[in-house]
Design a binder for this molecule. Structure first.
Ligand code: ATP
Ligand code: MG
Length: 582
């Protein structure tokens, strides 16, 4: 295929778009790959669409290779299946909801678990039918609170979503593993550097969910990995090794002390160390009680919750939210304090919470037998040596404290280091949540119905265009890996003489015959403009046809490394075919 710049629907921009914060957004707009229509909503122009299609092709090949079958469901969906699983309300404001002319409720699918389960139920009913893996590549809609960075976080975006349907947990493990392997092959093939991170605490058994994160300093997801093992996890999924339990026998009794003007951990520690005791205190010896309120989906009332963490750590709201999901979380305000006089701001202790029926969850470091300095529920007073398991018994533990670099790795090997990434894929053993909701059963060999178990697996197809661009660009522009590039060779005709143009045409025709995809810059523009556009567009190989012709040579430039070699006009087609075939 020969694409001529003289007629290609493309206008590159010299200036960065004003709203672009990250390189991929800046460059994809400047190079004319995408155009913004509304916040988080973009059009694909010819070059962008080619990259998108190349990624889709790779996704299809890897999915077919694990035996997945492609189908296509609507994006416009009726409310009922989503009501059956509770997601019509649970999904919250991220779901686009609409009404048809008869006032019936519809939604634009943010993800399709419900409809896939229903589709399988419509066709299959015997154990002989399973396992099955179905997938689609489709436009998804999410009314993201902060659409960001161009196509990286869109409100309309393309996702590959697949769903496995299995008869038992073992089969589900196999479907999960197949997807994990397919994703690994896919992302390797697309030239991405990525890490597979544990996405849930593993409370559901093993690696029930993992995310593939493209490593990138501009990524929105912070994750941690061990300095010594291959442990990697989302910050939300990091589990804190619990402190060893100790006997409460013989520990000093709790004592309330007058600690004037100590409403913060800092002022408290300073006071304690200046009090003339033989002990020294650090923030880690104090127990900070943070109050929040939570509300379960469908409930109207908020419930107060006390969260106890060691005073040297902040509560990480994202971890807290993940730990309490699907319940919502909000901070308490002055009104909440006023309505509950037992809460003494700055001096809240476990006692008042527990005596007044407030649920109280603590960090795993607050284990039985550990002693703390904490609020005494009285202004200007703290209690020292309040022992967990003796003086207070929490209602449970919660992973809400911030994770820090240098914390021990949960697998016991090494310490945690943090990094940033872009979520490009997510694999998830769902279990029976959706099949229970619609009673998706397979008739077993014994004639009894068996509940089917499900997995769901997503790839951010349009996001991948941006993620690849984030990892493959330089000051001049995009630098596509060959597997996704919009063309193989970008031919620049340098100089105005007819021989150069004629020779370029001849070479392009030969390359085209050999199956090489070329962009030919046949515009009536200066070589400087053409070179700048070639660098910006980012095709892996640039062929310059111009000055050298009198000596019988053309120049082949590697876009990524910048190396240039002169090749004879007779041998250049063969040279390029070899380059392209790798
Ligand atoms: P995120 O945490 O980034 O919001 P998610 O966990 O909500 O993503 P999933 O529901 O797991 O996303 O969707 C599967 C994949 O779809 C994600 O791994 C991601 O690559 C992609 N994706 C999700 N939301 C968007 C979006 N708003 N724009 C582009 N791609 C997205
Ligand atoms: Mg996800």
């Amino acid at each position: 295929m020969i694409t001529r710049m003289s007629t290609l629907f493309l206008r590159t921009l010299r200036e960065d778009p004003a709203d672009a914060e990250v390189p991929s957004h800046r460059l994809l707009v400047r190079a004319g790959y995408v155009r913004r229509v509304a916040p988080g909503i973009y059009s694909w122009l010819p070059l962008g669409l080619r990259v998108l299609r190349n990624i889709e092709r790779a996704v299809r090949e890897e999915m077919e290779a694990i035996g997945a079958q492609e189908i296509h469901l609507p994006a416009l969906l009726p409310k009922e299946p989503y009501e059956a699983t509770g997601r019509w309300t649970e999904y919250g404001p991220n779901m686009f909801r609409l009404k048809d002319r008869k006032k019936a409720d519809y939604l634009l699918g943010p993800t399709h678990e419900e409809l896939f389960a229903q589709t399988v139920k419509g066709e299959y009913n015997s154990y002989r039918d399973f396992p099955v893996i179905l997938y689609q590549i489709q436009t998804k809609y999410r009314d993201e609170e902060r659409p960001r960075a161009g196509i990286l976080r869109g409100r309309e975006f393309v996702m590959k979503d697949s769903y496995s349907f299995d008869l038992d947990d073992e089969q589900l493990m196999t479907s999960y593993r197949l997807h994990r392997e397919a994703y690994t092959r896919l992302f390797d093939r697309l030239g991405l550097r990525y890490t597979i991170v544990a996405a849930t605490s593993g409370a559901m058994g093993g690696s029930a969910s993992e995310e593939f994160l493209a490593e990138c300093p501009t990524g929105e997801d912070t994750f941690v990995r061990s300095s010594e093992s291959d442990y990697a996890a989302n910050v939300e999924a990091v589990t804190t090794p619990p402190a060893p339990e100790r006997s409460v026998e013989g520990l000093p009794p709790a004592e309330v002390h007058h600690t004037p003007d100590t409403p913060t951990i800092e002022t408290l520690v300073e006071f304690l160390n200046g009090a003339g005791w033989e002990r020294t205190f650090t923030a880690a010896d104090t127990l900070k009680n943070v109050l929040v309120k939570t509300r379960r989906p469908g409930d109207t009332e908020w419930e107060l919750l006390g969260v106890g963490v060691p005073g040297d750590r902040e509560v990480d709201m994202k971890r807290l939210e993940a730990a309490l999901e699907p319940a919502e979380v909000a901070l308490v305000d002055d009104e909440d304090f006023e309505a509950r006089p037992f809460l003494v701001k700055g001096y809240v202790g476990p006692k008042a919470l527990q005596h007044n029926g407030v649920r109280y969850l603590v960090d795993p470091r607050v284990a039985r037998g550990t002693a703390w300095v904490t609020g005494a529920d009285k202004t200007d007073h703290h209690v020292v040596d309040l022992v967990c398991g003796r003086d207070f018994v929490p209602d449970g533990t919660i992973e809400a404290a911030e994770v820090r670099e240098g914390d021990p790795s949960p697998d016991g090997r090494g310490v945690l280091q943090s990094a940033r990434g872009i979520e490009i894929g997510h694999i998830f053993q769902l279990g029976r949540k959706y099949t229970d909701a619609i009673s998706l059963d397979a008739l077993g060999q014994d004639g009894k119905p068996k509940r089917v178990t499900m997995g769901s697996y997503g790839v951010g197809v349009s996001r991948l265009v941006a993620a690849i661009a984030e990892q493959h660009h330089d000051e001049q522009g995009l630098v596509w890996p060959r597997a996704v590039a919009p063309a193989d060779v970008h031919v620049v005709v340098a100089g105005k003489d007819e021989t150069a143009a004629g020779e370029a045409e001849r070479l392009c025709a030969e390359l085209d015959t050999a199956g090489v995809r070329v962009i030919l810059d046949d515009r009536n523009a200066s070589p400087g403009v053409k070179f700048a556009d070639a660098e910006l567009v980012g095709v892996p190989t640039i062929l310059v046809v111009g000055k050298g012709l009198s000596r019988g040579v053309v120049e082949v430039k590697d876009r990524a490394g910048g190396e240039r070699v002169e090749v004879s006009t007779d041998g250049v087609v063969e040279h390029l075919v070899e380059l392209v075939r790798g």
